[in-house]
Ligand binder design. Structure first.
Ligand code: HEM
Length: 119
């Protein structure tokens, strides 16, 4: 049977590392870094891990806010959205995740875009 997206991303250990590295990249990214100044880094990493684990076939439950609620009042724009995708793709590439799997993750980001932008 084909491996789930969760398995292809490295299961719990892989996804924890991806979430942690992606949040670090966002904080260092001049386009979106300021958005993360006031956030609790450990909590955002944990929620990001849960979100992608739950959404990719893992056994974890997501305990965070809905996407509109998590980004409410931020009025995030297209440029910030692209910066976020760039960071995540760079992390996946650096970890040797194959191109088809990278594309699947990007597809999930774009499917969620209307729930994240301009909230
Ligand atoms: C489809 C793309 C995105 C997904 C799947 C996503 C996912 C998440 C998740 C799961 C959380 C945690 C929510 C919680 O704590 O309950 C979160 C928080 C956050 N996101 Fe996003 N996000 C996306 C795009 C963006 C973009 C483009 C920005 C712009 C910079 C952004 C900025 C933030 C910030 C600043 C927080 C932390 C808010 C806080 O301190 O509580 N996100 N996001």
């Amino acid at each position: 049977m084909a491996q789930s997206l969760y398995e292809r991303l490295g299961g719990e250990a892989g996804l924890r590392a991806i979430a942690s590295e992606a949040v670090d990249a966002h904080r260092a990214n001049p386009i979106i870094g300021p958005r993360f100044k006031a956030t609790d880094v450990a909590t955002v990493k944990e929620r990001a891990f849960e979100f992608f684990a739950a959404g990719s076939g893992g056994p974890q439950a997501y305990t965070g806010l809905s996407m509109p609620d998590a980004h409410s009042g931020m009025n995030i724009d297209e440029r910030e959205f692209v910066a976020t995708c760039d960071d995540v793709l760079a992390v996946l590439q650096a970890r040797g995740i194959d191109a088809a799997t990278q594309g699947e993750v990007l597809g999930i980001f774009f499917a969620l875009k209307p729930q994240v932008l301009h909230q």
